[in-house]
Design a protein around this ligand. Structure first.
Ligand SMILES: [Zn+2]
Length: 285
């Protein structure tokens, strides 16, 4: 055989192989019976709504399967961020509930918000699970311990605030700060129950019964004006003590939070004469 002919056969063979491979690649194996006409290979992917799975029968039948992760709601670790799709899938009504104090929650509270000498029974307290939007418009799991007498009020109020996308910085138990109110307020945390023994001459706080709630505490400080000067709590909230619109999170009488608490029979610390406690709502029964 002449060299030129041999070379030609080799080139032809390689060409046939290339065409075959390209055909198989673009055809997806249909000719060889791997897939029927109009079918696509299985594909999976992830988008903002969760995992999707595309199987056979072309792209027009793309659908989202319910593969949204719902375990976060069972674990309920406060401040976990969740998506609207997760909330929708789980059920928003299940995200605004008042439970009795479980052993797990009790152990977080003991020796902190619930000291040895606490005169309030655990049976009179409730653990609230609620959702809240933060200042960036993200949804978080929130938690709060309060008195059973205001538990329904609070779940309704927080549901209405959630529906209105009212921004709340943080909602974790004050026990996460070892029941240190100053630390919790500096972190703009919102909370209710915290039992403190009464020091001589001071009134017992409604927080000791879980009948008071503090909201967005850094931006809505406690301000006491005395001859010796002002006392501002938390001490880092000086820029927000004058109530001249320094922050968009100021609670005033036009504020939705104020209106909802008033509708549910709470009084507001911002209306007090002696001191101003802009973060504070309480209910006396
Ligand atoms: Zn308060």
């Amino acid at each position: 055989m002449k060299g030129g002919l041999k070379k030609g056969i080799w080139i032809a063979a390689i060409l046939v192989m290339c065409v075959g491979l390209a055909f198989f690649f673009f055809d997806g194996g249909r000719t060889l019976g791997f897939l029927g006409d109009g079918e696509m290979p299985d594909q999976v992917g992830y988008d903002g709504r969760g995992w999707w799975h595309r199987r056979g029968h072309g792209r027009e039948e793309v659908g989202h399967e319910a593969v949204v992760d719902l375990s976060v709601f069972e674990d309920w670790v406060a401040e976990t961020e969740v998506s609207e799709a997760q909330v929708e899938e789980y059920g928003v009504e299940k995200c605004f509930v008042a439970d009795s104090i479980s052993e797990k929650i009790r152990s977080r509270m003991m020796g902190k918000s619930y000291p040895e000498n606490c005169s309030v029974s655990m049976d009179d307290l409730r653990y609230l699970k609620v959702l809240h939007y933060d200042m960036d418009g993200k949804i978080h799991l929130g938690e709060m311990v309060c008195n059973v007498k205001i538990a329904d009020d609070l779940t309704e109020i927080f549901k209405a605030l959630y529906d209105a996308k009212y921004p709340i910085g943080k909602m974790v138990l004050i026990d996460e700060y070892d029941a240190d109110d100053e630390a919790s307020m500096r972190d703009n945390n919102s909370s209710s129950f915290c039992f403190r023994p009464i020091s001589r001459g001071s009134k017992i706080s409604m927080h000791a019964y879980g009948m008071a709630v503090d909201i967005n505490t850094l931006y809505n400080p406690y301000v006491s004006t005395r001859a010796s000067g002002r006392i501002i709590k938390p001490s880092t909230a000086t820029p927000y003590a004058d109530r001249e619109g320094e922050s968009p999170y100021e609670i005033d009488k036009d504020d939705l939070c104020y209106k909802l608490f008033r509708e549910h029979g709470f009084s507001w610390g911002g209306s007090w004469r002696s001191v101003k406690d802009y973060q504070h709502f309480e209910k006396r029964l």
